[in-house]
Design a protein around this ligand. Structure first.
Ligand code: 5GP
Ligand code: ZN
Length: 114
């Protein structure tokens, strides 16, 4: 996906502040953080959204949640609490069409989710 921002970040063509990386997944700090900890977890392979994900990507998609939890641990936000969010489509305000998890923490968040 040539024109995808997160594919370019995954390929190192656009710099990011990485917090975790392995063969299939990258975690990096959001450029406009909405909480003291705001990390994005992406598959290195382009997947546009959860509804488009194929079965062959199941292992990577499951691994993303494990990485998100590991990020929460390394950011020391497990005890205070954290939120994992994935915006899907227009109504949910998804702006980058490359599947990602937001890991948010370090402050008391709003009770409402929508
Ligand atoms: P979405 O709105 O699609 O759920 O989340 C996209 C996120 O990507 C936003 O929180 C936005 O701040 C972040 N973002 C957009 N462009 C960049 C960038 O160039 N670098 C980084 N690190 N984050 C970005
Ligand atoms: Zn992409």
């Amino acid at each position: 996906m040539n024109d995808c921002l997160f594919c370019k970040i995954a390929a190192g063509e656009i710099p990011s502040t990485k917090v975790y990386e392995d063969e299939t997944v990258l975690a990096f700090r959001d450029i406009a953080p909405q909480a003291p900890t705001h990390v994005l977890v992406i598959p290195k392979k382009h997947v546009s959204g959860w509804a488009d994900a194929a079965g062959e990507d199941d292992a990577t998609l499951a691994h993303m949640w494990r990485v998100a939890a590991a990020v929460a641990k390394s950011e020391n936000i497990v005890d205070s609490g954290f939120r994992i969010v994935s915006n899907c489509g227009t109504d949910a305000q998804q702006t980058v069409k490359h599947l990602h998890l937001h890991v948010l923490g370090g402050k008391a968040m709003a009770g409402e989710m929508a």
